[in-house]
Design a protein around this ligand. Sequence first.
Ligand SMILES: Cc1cc2nc3c(=O)[nH]c(=O)nc-3n(C[C@H](O)[C@H](O)[C@H](O)COP(=O)(O)OP(=O)(O)OC[C@H]3O[C@@H](n4cnc5c(N)ncnc54)[C@H](O)[C@@H]3O)c2cc1C
Length: 307
Amino acid sequence: MEKIYDLVIVGGGPAGLTSAVYAGRSNLSVLVIEKENVGSLYMAHLVDNYPGFPVGISGKGLQLEMRKQALKFNTEFLNATFLGIDIYSNPKIVKTDKINVKAKAIIIATGTGKFGGKKISGEKEYLGKGVSYCATCDGAFTRNMTVSLFGNGDEVAEEALFLTKYSKEILIFTKDETLQCKKELLDTLTANEKVKIIGNAELQELKGHEYLDFATVKVGEEIKEYTVQYAFMYLGTKNLSELYGEMAKLDDEGYIITDENMKTFTEGIFAAGDVRSKRIRQVTTAVSDGTIAGMEAIKYILMNNKK
Ligand SMILES: Cc1cc2nc3c(=O)[nH]c(=O)nc-3n(C[C@H](O)[C@H](O)[C@H](O)COP(=O)(O)OP(=O)(O)OC[C@H]3O[C@@H](n4cnc5c(N)ncnc54)[C@H](O)[C@@H]3O)c2cc1C
């Protein structure tokens, strides 16, 4: 008979692996589906702010340790690309490019999805060499440098504000006329002489030699080249809506809205980590979400087994 997993977790980053540790340790059968080597943690070259590692640890190294812990509690892994969930079947069916699997409960922990979307020319080539998706994480490496941010909204404004502690000059490029964020944030940024906001701007290309040196940007009708050592990318995750729109409510950026117990509006489907609509996206917050989602999923499975 075809196996029905108690819990299928989509995503093998810190959120998914934490849920796996909790559920596996509770003697549930757990499968983690992961597209290898594409998550945020995997991309982080040095994690300096995850408690317990006083000299820091590479993102890859930390993920490997978390994976080992999940394996210790008998978690199974499937290297595959998640394609969607049949939410109407019972048990639910998780579809991948390799096989389909049946699950009593599902946790979505696929991160921001920034790495799967369409790339700007040079984005992939300079990842870790000037291209970054997280100023809070990499800001400390930008001392006395000219940096750029691409995107719009509160997240970009807060990340730019964080960079004012380190960078020499901060260029914020937005496709809209100006940066749309909370008034107090905008006021603080515009009052800072390090910060320039450039509206009607569309990133065309990132160029350099060994490291990033230039960003080519279309500003209005003009193509301009800016000298920048860092490009922080916040160009949205709307591609996620195709995958999750049916099973969960999404915010304007395409992130999954859950309640505080990580529940989506579909019974038995939870979301944890960066894929959720939230303000702070860090390893610690992903681990916290993973804990809650794991424990709530365990409760859901046990309650439904009784029926
Ligand atoms: C460059 C960089 C540096 C960072 N540095 C720090 C730092 O120093 N400190 C800190 O606290 N945080 C840092 N962060 C943020 C931190 O990495 C994230 O907040 C955290 O990893 C989120 O965990 P997650 O499990 O939600 O998602 P992720 O770590 O992104 O993991 C997502 C998982 O889902 C899988 N996946 C995605 N899509 C699919 C699919 N379609 N099918 C199957 N699997 C899929 C991926 O393979 C991956 O296993 C950094 C982020 C970046 C990008």
